[in-house]
Ligand binder design. Structure first.
Ligand SMILES: [Mn+2]
Length: 459
């Protein structure tokens, strides 16, 4: 990805939204407790996509006359003392293929100049309060009103562009996946009774940090896999438990990977664990096998759900007509989330832009429990990169609630479900490129079959 890449992307965006000015306001540094102590900086992904520069306090302004300006922080002579020699705004502009630069101090004047000439300024939904405040000041609207002025035209144009990954982008994701593979390999020797979740979380992050790579999200490393967004590492691994590990890293150009694996702490699956694990794996293989431009992601989700119901029926946990069970949402007791999401610069790619990413215009999310959490439903297209991540969980509070309500009793064998009360959860996730005719799992394989998992955990 060079200056030409970013120039081509900006030109395509300009063609898709030919009227008005386009403003991409980047992130500023985010303070932990006081200004000089900041969180690790990561620029806004839309800004990264069109400019590529991971520097704080910048903005890109595309004007109707074709003028494209990179706005950046004014140079302070003391910067040299604290930050050493660094690239100037002009250097960043050159790398992004931009010839015009200006100080961020001049942006308000430029925006008000456009607006007095009656030119619309298109912008995307702000993700941080500082972005919302910045836009509020620039546009003269109250901070709480900024969201209602976002440009749906610009959102649609950005979604259309970022949804289709170039070969270079796919290489970036595969580069992140190569690091992911080494992160998981670092965990294998530590997966045994007596070890702490935190030790495994440390090994995984250490493998990425050693390659100067950031995590693409807060890792999940937990023996309580049924808690879907569990971010605690306080647990100690015990014989007979499952350990769920959902992590991702970023390539040097900030593209994300997202992988989940589930391991038996004892090194070998029990019969109960193997039954559930094999069902999740079968659901993942079914969805991957069906993934192609002729399908919608909702179809993949429902195919995985049917495979899960069939597997659970063979284990005696569910019963009745498979299609009907899925249509009524009975499987969601065990599989309450969606099959996956887009992957790119963000791990849930473009989720900042709302349901325009996952749903065709005019299509609303289902209200049904389970299906309501499907982030991506629309027709798959060549160049999409998606995650495929079915799971089965035994969530005691949800089981109790449903059983009390006698919910879907025709399909769920509650007395049998009770035997799995302390089971935890299984999820298996890979990243998939939709090709012209089908799909390709990205990256070198990371062990996931029962035999492969038991082999890497063999003592
Ligand atoms: Mn994911």
């Amino acid at each position: 990805m060079d200056a030409r890449t970013y120039e081509t992307r900006r030109n395509a965006l300009r063609q898709a939204v030919p009227q008005g000015a386009l403003l991409l306001l980047g992130h500023r540094e985010a303070a932990r407790n006081y200004p000089a102590n900041t969180y690790r900086f990561r620029q806004d992904s839309n800004f990264l996509y069109f400019v590529g520069t991971n520097c704080p306090d910048m903005a890109l302004l595309l004007e109707p006359d074709g003028k494209a300006t990179l706005y950046g922080p004014a140079e302070d002579s003391d910067d040299l003392i604290w930050h050493g020699p660094h690239a100037t705004i002009a250097d960043h502009a050159r790398e992004a293929g931009l010839s015009s630069t200006a100080s961020m101090d001049d942006l308000p004047g430029a925006i008000s100049g456009l607006r007095t000439r009656g030119i619309d300024v298109h912008f995307l939904p702000p993700q941080r309060d500082s972005q919302a405040l910045g836009l509020s000041k620039l546009l003269g609207v109250a901070p709480g009103e900024v969201a209602s002025h976002v440009s749906s035209q610009l959102i649609a144009a950005v979604v259309a562009q970022r949804s289709i990954k170039s070969e270079a982008e796919v290489r970036e994701i595969e580069d992140a996946l190569a690091t992911s593979r080494r992160m998981y390999a670092a965990a294998y020797p530590l997966i045994r009774a007596g070890r702490k979740e935190s030790e495994i979380a440390a090994a995984i992050q250490s493998a990425a940090l050693a390659e100067d790579r950031a995590q693409s999200f807060q890792p999940i490393v937990s023996v309580r896999g049924e808690v879907l967004h569990n971010e605690s590492y306080a647990g100690t691994l015990q014989e007979g438990q499952l350990l769920l590990v959902d992590t991702g890293t970023e390539s040097s150009r900030y593209y994300a990977s997202d992988i989940t694996r589930t391991y038996p702490v004892s090194g070998k699956f029990t019969d109960q664990q193997r039954g559930i694990y094999s069902t999740v794996l079968a659901a993942q293989f079914a969805a991957i096998g069906a993934a192609s431009p002729s399908r919608t992601n909702k179809e993949l989700h429902l195919l995985a759900a049917r495979t899960i119901v069939e597997g659970l029926a063979s284990l005696g946990l569910m019963r009745g007509d498979v299609e009907e069970a899925v249509a009524q949402g009975a499987h969601a007791l065990f599989y309450p989330h969606g099959i996956g999401h887009m992957l790119g610069l963000d791990v849930h790619d473009m989720e900042d832009l709302g349901d325009a990413v996952g749903y065709e215009p005019g299509v609303k999310r289902s209200q049904q429990f389970g299906l309501a959490f499907l982030r991506l439903a629309r027709k798959l297209e060549p160049g999409f990169v998606i995650t495929v991540e079915p799971g089965i969980y035994f969530i005691p509070a949800l089981i109790d609630r449903w059983r009390q309500e006698k919910r879907h009793e025709a399909f769920i064998n509650y007395p049998e479900v009770e035997k799995y009360r302390s089971f935890g959860g299984v999820r298996i996730e890979d990243d998939l490129l939709i090709t012209g005719t089908g799909s390709r799992v990205l990256g070198k394989p990371i062990p996931k079959t029962v035999a492969e998992i038991e082999a890497v955990l063999a003592r």
